[in-house]
Design a protein around this ligand. Structure first.
Ligand code: ADP
Ligand code: ZN
Length: 532
């Protein structure tokens, strides 16, 4: 640290005022900082935008020596260091983007005790030369940022994080603080165990983001729906649109641009220069829309992101929460909007089935997806469901009043008969065992459509042919989607074949009822606007 403590108030508080210019600590910050300043280990779970950085930056300034920050976000290190230097903090970084001379300079500063903070990429700590360097200087605290990267089950797993457990062995007297915005109990346990921090104090901040309005709409014509959402609710405002594939990122960005929205694409397939340019435009300009894969956003600190839109279903509630959490860091009203449909469910299930990993890995991925589907299909408060997933009880059972299900409670209907019709059609097709069929064929049969594929397989001869004319195609797809989400149907193989599950039997035997959520009428705006 640099500054001598003033006589009034705590040193941490004085640093908050003097260096960072903030009035007061937020929620858990003060307790965390005091604990680490006193030399204790800490595991910190705080939502994105909650203010994790100060939790290690202030201890690094207050304690003697340099705070070493391990972060996977190499692309952001320069920005972080620049921002700290602008505040008068002596910060530097060492990573693969530097040349030899730049690195030597930072190392010399560290050894001379002239750095308050040193940012390192995790892979550097595998090098004996780095460990040797660190042991020749004085370290005030180790901060392990994005600590969920140590979790092998998470989508951000970095093998280099596993070697961070050695920090405690080599520097038993230096406090360690691990920070993450991913907060399920399992990840929490895994961080503590893999980083070998059994005596750490745990700090869990509230994950509620009251200024974010959560909405999930049925997917009909997603690009048009997105366009109306942007025009009607966030004209000229900055936001992020997430798509699953590079191709849909490109197409969506083009579509928005053609329709007068200032939008740029971002995905790992673009060259580095273009990515950097689009990212820095997003950070600096007002009102730019970035259409991106999930490669975009980790560590991005833009306070006035007014919306995060998902055109494809995230793989897990953790992912959804992190991505939507990039909206509204400034505390002003913001929207988390998602369009979700049957194809999302089938596509994600297929990806899991045909993806890499052993059986246990697949089962995990499946249960992550199931939790995400439950959030999409819930008739209860979305925020309540989200917080409950993270093990946090929402304040009251009354609902938050700021999500779609609270604002317009969905109606439910008795879908038992409809479910029986779908399941018995699946059963009949399965019994033929000649070929497997997906949702399209099932719905065509129920609606009594003589399509080429229906005729080719004599499906117009089935007793179930045409028994479902009381519902529309969209409604039938909604029924199939909800049956999948409820585990009453499953998807098999690379073609998205629908198959029965263990619990389907109880529906077919009329032993159980199937309440379904009514598909909300499509908003008029989505139909009336006329995008190019
Ligand atoms: P996280 O890393 O948890 O996503 P950051 O550390 O980047 O969050 O902080 C998010 C924003 O909140 C930053 O702009 C930061 O300067 C601001 N911030 C953090 N703590 C405070 C505080 N005590 N008072 C005011 N602003 C704060
Ligand atoms: Zn609610």
């Amino acid at each position: 640290g640099v500054m001598p403590a003033p006589s009034d108030g705590s040193e941490a508080r004085a640093t908050l005022h003097r260096i960072f210019g903030y009035e007061s600590f937020r929620s858990e910050q003060e307790a965390i900082i005091e604990h680490v300043v006193a030399g204790g280990d800490a595991v910190v779970l705080m939502p994105t935008g909650g203010g994790k950085s100060l939790c290690y930056q202030i201890p690094a300034l207050v304690r003697p020596g340099t705070g070493v920050v391990v972060s996977p976000l190499i692309a952001l290190m320069q920005d972080q260091v620049d921002a700290l230097r602008a505040l008068g903090v002596r910060a530097g970084f060492v990573n693969s983007t530097q040349d030899f001379d730049e690195r030597r300079l930072v190392e010399a500063e560290f050894l001379a005790g002239e750095l308050d903070l040193l940012y390192l990429a995790p892979e550097r700590l595998r090098l004996e030369s780095t460990l040797d360097l660190l042991s020749r200087g004085k370290i005030s605290v180790f901060a392990i940022d994005e600590a969920h990267c140590v979790s092998q089950w998470g989508h951000d797993f970095r093998p280099d994080y596993l070697s961070l457990s050695l920090l405690g062995e080599r520097w038993p007297d230096v406090p360690r603080i691990a920070l993450t915005a991913t907060a399920t109990h399992a990840t929490h346990q895994e961080i503590t165990q893999r980083l070998n921090m059994p005596s750490a104090c745990h700090f869990v901040a509230s994950f509620d983001r009251p200024n974010i309005q959560y909405r999930i709409v049925p997917k009909a014509d997603p690009k048009k729906q997105l366009l109306s959402f942007l025009r009607e609710e966030h004209p000229g405002e900055a936001g992020i649109v997430y798509c699953l594939s590079r191709n849909s990122v490109e197409k969506t960005a083009e579509f928005l641009t053609r329709n007068g929205i200032d939008a740029v694409p971002y995905h790992a397939g673009l060259d580095a220069g273009m990515r950097a340019a689009n990212q820095s435009r997003f950070l600096r300009e007002d009102g730019l829309v970035v259409v991106a894969t999930i490669a975009f956003g980790m560590g991005i600190d833009k306070p006035d992101v007014r919306f995060v839109a998902h055109l494809d279903l995230p793989k897990s509630v953790e992912g959804y929460y992190q991505e939507t959490g990039r909206a509204g860091r400034d505390g002003l009203p913001s929207t988390a909007w998602m369009a979700y449909g049957l194809n999302d469910v089938i596509q994600q299930r297929k990806l899991i089935q045909s993806g890499e990993g052993d059986e246990a890995f697949r089962r995990r991925a499946q249960s992550h997806l199931d939790a995400m589907l439950a959030l999409c299909e819930t008739a209860r408060c979305r925020r309540g469901q989200l917080l409950a997933y993270f093990g946090q009880d929402p304040d009251a059972g009354g609902g938050c009043g700021n999500c779609d299900t609270c604002l317009t409670p969905p109606e439910t209907w008795d879908g038992t008969v409809a479910a029986q019709k779908v399941l018995s059609t699946v059963w009949r097709l399965d019994r033929e065992r000649r070929q497997k069929f997906g949702a399209v064929q099932i719905v065509d049969i129920l609606l009594g459509r003589r399509t080429a594929k229906v005729i080719q397989f004599d499906h117009d001869q089935l007793s179930v042919f045409g028994i479902g004319e009381e519902l529309t195609e969209g409604e039938w797809r909604g029924v199939v989607r909800q049956l999948l989400a409820q585990g009453l149907l499953a998807v098999e193989g690379e073609y998205g074949t629908l198959v029965l599950t263990e619990p389907s039997g109880s529906v077919l035997r009329r032993e159980r009822e199937v309440p379904l959520r009514k598909e909300p009428a499509r908003p008029a705006a989505a139909r009336s606007s006329s995008p190019k």
